[in-house]
Design a protein around this ligand. Structure first.
Ligand SMILES: Nc1ncnc2c1ncn2[C@@H]1O[C@H](COP(=O)(O)OP(=O)(O)O)[C@@H](O)[C@H]1O
Ligand SMILES: [Mg+2]
Length: 372
């Protein structure tokens, strides 16, 4: 049985289903990321887990115990809030010690645990300061230490890096990863994390598995690599990956063994993978949305066989790659990432083809990936 089970969790606010029959199973020691756009129900899910919000229906089972109706202080779950929620009038030491004092832990033990937690997140020398005497990153560490000191069964983290600038966010991200690893090395599977973010880079870099949430439901729950390479539907395909996956509406056509993608009067021959898709569609011509990531859009000059001519509109140098926007004669636009060593110019016409192993097909109705 999974360490944490969310079963058909639902929370209805007047006029809004914030969480909608959400299922999720988490193993001990995992680093799970809940990823989704603002308003999709991430915070509400965490608050239900912590016991701060009562679910409308559904169950939360932690370590074989149904905790759906257990009050927050008896759940053995620590939450780091988006706004950190430090007590401004208390020192760092008192902030970290607060929970232990409340449950009447002995002074000596409090002292030892506070110092250990502070040491772990490298704020051992800041214990006498007040929160307003700390930088954003240091406040973040205090909030973490406050969770660590409890040695909880589960850590909940709600967009913990959202308030930090980009550089600090990247370095704190690595620290979360190291912290999770060190907790689990020290005491096998001591650190089970549920981490909420709307930032797909954070999700892909941190999660052992990522649950993509859309309108209160989990729409895919996969390891990061699979999320990127095998998106189950259009929503996941568009939300994960930057720059965004190209989506082109058209028709798949099969003649004998030859498969082509037709869009706006153009015909692009495709390699074998499309055959499988057509087999599932049970029709020789089927409307689809073709999805292809910019790094899988190949450019050629002169145009390779079967490539479609596109005009280069703009070239944006990203450093290690160039981001190129292109337009076909019929105004279909796509983007491509290519090595800066390849010297293209704006206004030039190039051949465009797609890496056949990296093309996705989504049905035009609900957007499911028809190759999976
Ligand atoms: N206390 C509340 N009362 C009414 N609606 C709420 C409340 N909390 C959240 N919501 C609504 O529930 C939806 C999900 O919110 P939330 O869980 O905060 O999303 P996220 O954290 O993914 O941005 C939103 O539409 C939000 O407006
Ligand atoms: Mg939120």
């Amino acid at each position: 049985m999974a360490f944490l089970q969310l079963e058909q969790l639902t929370k209805t606010f007047p006029g809004c289903n914030a969480v909608d029959h959400l299922d999720l199973n988490v193993d001990k020691g995992e680093f799970i990321v809940l990823l989704g756009p603002s308003g999709c129900g991430k915070t509400t899910t965490l608050r239900i887990l912590a016991g701060l919000e009562i679910q409308t229906s559904g169950r939360v089972v932690l370590d074989d115990k149904d905790i759906s109706d257990v009050p927050p202080e008896r759940r053995d779950i620590a939450m780091v809030f988006q706004n950190l929620a430090l007590y401004p009038h208390m020192s760092v030491y008192e902030n970290i010690a607060f929970y232990l004092k409340n449950i009447r832990t002995g002074k000596a033990e409090i002292d030892q645990r506070v110092r250990q937690a502070a040491h772990r997140v490298e704020i051992g020398d800041l214990l006498e300061r007040k929160p307003n005497q700390l930088s954003g990153g240091q406040r973040q560490r205090v909030a973490l230490a406050r969770a660590l000191v409890r040695s909880p069964k589960l850590f909940l983290l709600d967009e913990p890096l959202a308030a930090l600038d980009a550089k600090l966010r990247a370095s704190m991200r690595s620290e979360f990863k190291l912290l999770h690893r060190s907790l689990n090395e020290q005491d096998s599977c001591a650190g089970t994390f549920i981490y909420v973010t709307h930032d797909q880079i954070e999700a892909l870099t941190l999660g052992t598995r990522v649950a993509v949430i859309h309108q209160g439901k989990v729409v895919q729950f996969s390891p990061p690599k699979e999320l990127y390479q095998k998106p189950h539907n259009r929503f996941v395909a568009s939300f994960v990956g930057s720059p965004e996956m190209n989506m082109i509406t058209g028709d798949l056509e099969m003649r004998g063994d030859a498969v082509s993608f037709l869009f706006d009067g153009l015909r692009m021959p495709l390699q074998a993978r499309g055959v499988q898709a057509l087999g599932r569609l049970h029709q020789p011509v089927a409307p689809v949305v073709l999805g292809v990531r910019p790094e899988s859009v190949c450019l050629s000059t002169p145009a390779a066989e079967g490539a479609i001519p596109f005009e280069i509109l703009t070239i944006e140098p990203f450093g290690q790659t160039n981001f190129i926007r292109l337009r076909a004669s019929n105004h279909v636009s796509i983007s491509s990432l290519v090595s800066p060593d390849l010297s293209y110019t704006e206004g030039e016409v190039v051949g465009v083809s797609f890496n056949p192993d990296a093309v996705h097909f989504f049905d035009t109705q609900v957007g499911n990936n028809i190759l999976l």
